[in-house]
Design a binder for this molecule. Structure first.
Ligand code: OX2
Length: 862
């Protein structure tokens, strides 16, 4: 029979297995106990960092219990599960978010205060987990928060990079310099260990590299040979090559005001054996460690390019390593339920976050055919009902393509499978469109050329149940441009839209606590209610007419501006005029996002102010412009834009004629936690991509949720924001998406000199060339992207951009009306909660049901 469980006295177990107490005395006791034992430190020499670590460990105790309970609950109920595969999770800090979601912020604040610490300072000690580049990675983080908060059984799968996105430094000349981001260097208390004995061991022996889930490891093969079996089974034997080990690290994802705590599983690569014994024994020590180093290298660093693909072998290795480990883990969990393998899609949905995890499609085929011995058709049926593919861009340079020779070398069996998928697929296309060879060439998974390439977006598309874009316009562009042939072939119903969302927990409650409190007070609702039903914000609308409410609203904005000014003072040593309008553009540097347009607009304004008399100037309302964002290290033009911004700032901030009316700051090392300070402080923010290029944008939502108004093009989610908040509350400008193709054609074949087409912009460019901001020749490569070709249409949109900014100035003069706009904007942002978005995925795609973990139970009584 089964061994008796629990061992020993059941009453003793039950008595001992109480939940963590959350009154302030218990919290201080728990913190101090972590100081004394986990950290092996003493009260008299405890600093802010030690207090942060102890508080984090104490909160982690809470999370671990909830997390265990949740996983046990899921296992017992055997629900359908969904998995979000993302190469990036841009989580930011964890402690504040965990405290808010657990509803324990006030108790911990009191607790640390009693111990002599200030909560704000303690929270500041935490390093961001910056395992992502930008919007795509932050979206994944918001979706994890929403999945847990909506009590959906969703796990994330990613890689545990030793180095996240690089740290950005700015040289004296204004150049971006990159330094490594060793986010794990200080121990990371947010990973669960399956080695409970270590939880109370000394700090230095549970530094993260020694914190593996040793019980959760898988082998992953690279290279070698794939030999088809000599029968007609279609199977093959893949053997030889390199084998590496994937080790799991788990990150707990607490839901908001629920016990449900989901899991983000990150894989780390490790050599299968410490080193090669044969070489070691033969005295070839270098050779002996070489292979172990190459295994560890796989998860060493996040690739810092977004929107470009490079065809680098290590990147392909990352992608396969991660999808192979995740699929083995998912299959093992499925098999624990003892269901027939053909039921797999009834129990598992896998969302592919862009094409990065597309190898999961041939990998699952390989497992089902070669290991489970299913027929091709049965396997393909399972695969095409399991996967869902989200596209995040239509920019051609961002569409992943892998050289066939590289694929054949690294993943020989997968390349065979891809060729087979392609053959069956093209045969079906030929049946539907007999003789249409152009179409076959266009739709083939293999792009002809020297070398040939595998088109990953096409593979993701035909291997998935549904394909979606991330905002209405973008999804329409996916259907009518990059996947047009596939829509014709497979039918439109496969191609949907899920407009992105953001979590209001981090992007309102956490980053703007005063506004959150005002909203709760005004709506007479607990924040636990409206934060999980963001449409409730609508009830703020009538208060736009209430002068007292407006005053409170405006005062909070003002204090957030002062908080930002304090940050700039601390980190840059510069004074910011907090009476001015705050105008913010923060995002990755990219030509399509047009930070250039913004900086040229700033120069234009500067030149205009220079020309004014002192009396005229006095009538201006002062403006402070903030930029922040990183450029990919190899993106020359983007880096030159940073240099221009920094040098323009240097000149105009020092000009006594203008500095009271216009100033400019480039905040280095943009991150999630810097965004949390900038966003609540904005009066306006800029989202000014060339129409049709920004799939969605998500910071636009964050600014508007915090009552900042939007200046933008008719692009991405800007359009849907305007639909919700009303066109009179946004400042739109520029050409529309359908005009872009024609404008580009004109630029190429009927170019008009910029002096004629847009004299205002020509003048700005000439001032830059002429050396107003330092040696003009430095900027020639950047300026010539606009003078020649102007692919992103600055010369077409500049005049209407300047006009839109003038409208902003005019609107700002009427303070009452401005504050009303701000309130109405926030009030109408309900749609953009990531809860709405994740529920759309759960209902329309995954067919997933929520599972609530009971609040009072433990794994003995539950
Ligand atoms: C970004 C898109 O550029 C952005 O518009 C979108 O809001 C975000 O993904 C989340 O959907 N890499 N990053 C993106 O696309 C790619 C590719």
């Amino acid at each position: 029979g089964k061994p008796k469980w629990p061992r020993g006295d059941e009453k003793a177990w039950k008595e001992a297995m109480r939940d963590v107490d959350t009154d302030t005395p218990s919290i201080t006791r728990s913190i101090v106990s972590h100081v004394q034992t986990s950290l092996a430190r003493q009260a008299y020499n405890l600093d802010d960092f030690g207090a942060y670590q102890a508080a984090a460990l104490s909160v982690r105790d809470n999370l671990i219990l909830n997390w265990n309970e949740t996983q046990l609950g899921y296992t017992k109920r055997e629900p359908k599960r969904a998995y979000y595969l993302s190469l990036e999770f841009l989580m930011g800090r964890t402690l504040d978010n965990a405290l808010l979601n657990l509803g324990l912020k006030d108790q911990y604040k009191d607790g640390v205060k009693q111990l002599g610490f200030n909560m704000e300072d303690v929270l500041e000690q935490e390093r961001d987990a910056a395992l992502g580049n930008g919007g795509l990675g932050r979206l994944a983080a918001c979706y994890l928060d929403s999945s847990a908060s909506q009590e959906l059984p969703v796990w994330g799968y990613g890689l545990r990079y030793r180095y996240g996105i690089f740290q950005q430094l700015i040289s004296p000349e204004g150049n971006q310099l990159e330094a490594p981001d060793p986010w794990l260097e200080m121990q990371n208390p947010w990973e669960a260990s399956h080695l409970p004995v270590l939880q109370h061991a000394r700090l230095d022996i549970f530094l993260p590299p020694q914190l593996p889930r040793l019980d959760v490891t898988y082998e992953v093969r690279f290279y070698g040979n794939a030999d088809r079996l000599p029968d007609d089974s279609g199977r093959a034997l893949w053997h030889g090559g390199q084998e590496v080990l994937a080790v799991a690290y788990d990150v707990m994802i607490p839901g908001c005001y629920t016990r449900n705590t989901n899991n983000l599983r990150l894989w780390e690569s490790k050599p299968k054996r410490g080193f090669d014994l044969n070489s070691f024994n033969a005295g070839d020590y270098e050779r002996a460690v070489e292979s172990s180093n190459s295994a560890a290298a796989i998860t060493s660093v996040l690739y810092p390019n977004d929107h470009t693909t490079f065809g680098k072998e290590l990147r392909l290795k990352q992608q396969y390593f991660w999808t192979a480990a995740s699929l083995q883990d998912i299959l093992r969990r499925f098999k624990n339920m003892d269901k027939p393998i053909t039921d797999f899609p009834e129990y598992v949905s896998i969302q592919l976050n862009d094409t990065h995890p597309t190898l999961a499609i041939p990998e699952l085929m390989r497992i089902l055919i070669d290991e489970e011995e299913l027929s091709w058709n049965t396997a393909w049926h399972i695969v095409t009902n399991t996967f869902f593919y989200t596209n995040h861009t239509v920019l051609p340079e961002a569409l992943e393509k892998w050289p066939v020779p590289l694929m054949e070398h690294l993943l020989p069996r997968h390349m065979q499978i891809i060729y087979d998928i392609n053959l069956f697929f093209l045969q079906a296309v030929e049946r539907k469109y007999p003789g249409d060879r152009d179409r076959l060439g266009r739709m083939s998974l293999i792009e002809e050329g020297f070398p040939k390439h595998v088109r990953m977006a096409y593979l993701a598309c035909i291997g998935s149940r549904k394909v979606n874009g991330v905002a209405e316009l973008h999804s329409e562009l996916v259907r009518t441009t990059i996947l047009k042939d596939f829509v014709e072939f497979e039918g439109i119903s496969k191609f949907g839209n899920v407009t992105n969302g953001i979590t209001p927990r981090r992007w309102l409650d956490q980053c703007n606590p005063e506004l959150s409190a005002l909203i709760s007070k005004t709506l007479k609702l607990e924040k636990s209610v409206w934060l999980k039903d963001l449409y409730k914000l609508k009830d703020l609308l009538p208060f736009a007419e209430d002068p007292h409410f407006r005053k409170e609203w405006a005062a909070i904005k003002q204090r957030n501006k002062e908080r930002l000014a304090q940050h700039v003072k601390t980190f840059l040593g510069l004074e910011v005029n907090t009476k001015a309008m705050f105008d913010v553009q923060i995002k990755r540097l990219h030509e399509y996002k047009r930070q250039n347009l913004n900086i040229f607009g700033v120069i234009h304004r500067y030149l205009a102010i220079k020309k004014m008399t002192p009396e005229e100037r006095k009538k201006l309302n002062p403006r402070v412009v903030f930029f922040a964002g990183k450029a990919a290290p190899a993106y020359y033009i983007a880096k030159l834009t940073i240099r221009l911004i920094v040098n323009v700032a240097r000149v105009i901030n020092a000009d006594p004629d203008t500095k009271d009316y216009l100033s400019l700051y480039f905040l280095p090392d943009y991150s999630v936690s810097v965004a949390e300070i900038l966003i609540p402080a904005s009066d306006i923010s800029q989202h000014i991509s060339t129409a049709g290029t920004e799939a969605s944008g998500t910071s636009n939502m964050k600014f508007c949720l915090n009552g900042g108004l939007l200046v933008g093009t008719v692009d991405g989610a800007n359009i849907e924001i305007a639909e919700e908040v009303g066109e009179n509350n946004v400042f739109f400008f520029g050409h529309l998406a359908p005009a872009v193709e024609e404008l580009r054609y004109q630029h190429l074949y009927h170019p008009v000199p910029i002096e004629e087409k847009c004299p205002a912009l020509a003048n700005v460019l000439n001032q830059v060339s002429g050396g107003l901001f330092g040696d003009g020749s430095v900027y020639e490569p950047l300026l010539s992207t606009i003078r020649q070709g102007d692919y992103y249409l600055l010369s077409d949109d500049f005049d209407s951009y300047i006009a839109a900014l003038a409208m902003v100035d005019e609107a700002y003069l009427d303070n009452t009306e401005w504050v009303k706009k701000s309130i109405r904007t926030t009030a109408n942002m309900g749609k953009f909660s990531s809860d709405r978005a994740i529920n759309e995925y759960a209902e329309s795609y995954w067919n997933l049901e929520a599972i609530k973990v009971p609040t009072t139970s433990n794994f003995l009584t539950g």
